[in-house]
Design a protein around this ligand. Structure first.
Ligand code: HEM
Length: 423
């Protein structure tokens, strides 16, 4: 793979062996993250991936992040042409301008930090409900179990729906929706036929439309679905927001929970300290630091996706209008120029109120379009993990072969198998 050098200042040209190193990194890391790191090391904060028909610019680092998220964000569009927009249509994640601001305002109250205490008890109850089914000494896949918990939580919090009984029915359509928006052959062949998605995606839509119809006919509830209905939006636009929230609000939490288990499984001493701290004090500064460090090493949303509307001027060069642009959260948060022992799991780096430089730590993005569910997601992770670590011990079954898979989020693949015992 060739790298296009963007610097206007004289700088070292990519070495002729970079193609080989990219290939080796791909094979070793099992995902495109290895090659991205090689390209970043080779060229600095701006490079281009020159695949035929798909050649996004990639930027990372505090300066570029600030430009993309704040100072030059007016030059960028969130709406792109890809399966994400095909699926989410007019969802708040993929529209721009006043339409975006309008939906976002409608949905913010349900996720406002002042509302969060209302959800706390329910979040713990869902963790209990799922883990009550675990058998003593059984090995469970914490990627799957985390997804169950996160799905129960998001439906209950935002749509006041207990989907416990429907979960088996919804499981496959939701996984198909996630697969639909994950990187795949469509990157090289945009309109590749994808017939296997038609039926499950229709089922998911039908389910969401049935929730909307039931609510319109029934009692109002103080939740996000109600806010959308009361604003007079059409069923179609409400479906778009519900699907956006459902995917963005659970796949991310699932990945975060699963990565925490991977990291704790690989660092048993930290897990022991954590369990002792939770048993002693009920809450745990170390747990907050572990969550932050997991988000640094394995940011569930590892890139932000944009379309350049007007030329974007960065220190390293100008990105032309019309280009696709990724800002890489993953590369930023592993930048050795910023982070000491960047590749290592060191939750202590977040203890004692230590500050990170602005825009060097961006697991929830930044600026006016930062993650709307950031506080919700962090509370959820803290409560679910506290409950599970209080009630169970987790013994890794096999964690050596886990690698970060680039799906809709960065997920530990092929799964996170751990043997559980009640404490
Ligand atoms: C660990 C959990 C989460 C992580 C790491 C995460 C990460 C992110 C990131 C990085 C962005 C910005 C992407 C960009 O700049 O292109 C974002 C946006 C967004 N997130 Fe989250 N998220 C999490 C949880 C949630 C939850 C729980 C919800 C909903 C309840 C949610 C809903 C959204 C939405 C709707 C947007 C788009 C906001 C807009 O464009 O105005 N996320 N998230």
């Amino acid at each position: 793979m060739q790298i296009i050098q963007m610097r206007q200042q004289p700088s070292p040209a990519p070495s002729p062996t970079v193609g080989l190193r990219v290939l080796r990194a791909w094979l070793q890391s099992g995902s495109p993250l290895g090659p991205l790191q090689v390209m970043a090391d080779e060229t600095g904060y701006l490079f281009q991936i020159p695949l035929p028909g798909f050649n996004p610019y990639v930027v990372f680092g505090p300066q570029a992040n600030r430009a993309v998220l704040v100072t030059q964000r007016e030059k960028l569009l969130w709406r792109n042409t890809d399966p994400v927009t095909d699926l989410l249509r007019r969802g708040v994640l993929v529209v721009d301008g006043s339409e975006h601001d309008y939906y976002r305002k409608l949905m913010e109250p349900a996720l406002h930090p002042a509302r969060l205490p209302d959800y706390a008890e329910m979040m713990v109850a869902q963790a209990k409900r799922v883990s009550d089914r675990w058998q003593e000494g059984e090995a469970v896949d914490l990627l799957v179990e985390s997804r169950k918990i996160a799905l129960l939580i998001i439906f209950q919090a935002l749509f006041s729906e207990d989907i416990g009984e429907d979960l088996p029915y919804l499981w496959q359509p939701i996984l198909k929706a996630i697969q639909f928006i994950s990187p795949g052959a469509w990157i090289l062949w945009r309109r590749i036929p994808r017939p296997s998605f038609t039926h499950p995606l229709r089922r998911l839509d039908a389910y969401l439309y049935s929730l909307i119809a039931r609510r319109r006919a029934g009692e109002p509830r103080p939740d996000m679905l109600q806010a959308l209905i009361d604003a007079g939006l059409s069923d179609e636009v409400i479906r778009d927001q519900m699907l956006t929230m459902l995917i963005a609000g659970h796949d991310t939490s699932t990945a975060l929970l699963a990565w925490v288990f991977v990291l704790l499984g690989r660092h048993r001493q930290v897990m022991a300290e954590l369990q002792a701290e939770i048993a002693r004090d009920g809450k745990s500064p170390l747990l907050d630091a572990v969550i932050k460090e997991a988000l640094r090493l394995y940011p569930p949303i590892h890139i932000g996706n944009r379309r350049v509307a007007e030329p974007l001027e960065l220190e390293e060069g100008t990105i032309p209008a019309g280009a696709r642009l990724f800002y890489s959260i993953y590369l930023t948060q592993r930048d050795r120029r910023i982070w000491e022992a960047a590749e290592e799991f060191r939750p202590q780096r977040f203890l004692g109120g230590r500050q990170t430089p602005p825009f060097a730590y961006v697991p929830f993005g930044g600026g006016p379009r930062a993650c709307i569910g950031a506080a919700f997601g962090q509370l959820e992770a803290r409560l679910v993990l506290t409950y599970l670590l209080q009630h169970f011990t987790f013994e890794p079954v096999q964690l050596e072969h886990i690698y970060p898979h680039m799906g809709a989020t960065l997920e530990p693949h092929p799964g996170v198998w751990m043997r559980i015992r009640r404490r």
